[in-house]
Ligand binder design. Structure first.
Ligand SMILES: [Zn+2]
Length: 70
């Protein structure tokens, strides 16, 4: 059974370097939970910042909301 993977994409507000990763639904839940905001750490300047799941991964955000409604 193949697991669907979601792309998380953010950009650091300080240095502007972008970060992208692919996680399965299970990994996403484990790492971020069902929260609207995700905490990220920039690999370049190590700054911690928060971004909304809606921006980082619209696809997951959508499915999250769909699951809540059913
Ligand atoms: Zn940075």
């Amino acid at each position: 059974m193949s697991q669907k993977r979601y792309q998380i994409k953010t950009a650091c507000p300080q240095c502007g370097c972008s970060f992208a990763t692919h996680l399965s639904a299970e990994e996403l839940k484990k790492r971020y939970g069902d929260v609207p905001n995700v905490e990220m750490e920039c690999g370049e300047c190590m700054v911690h910042y928060t971004t909304s799941m809606e921006k980082a991964c619209p696809e997951w955000d959508k499915e999250c909301k769909m699951k809540e409604n059913t």
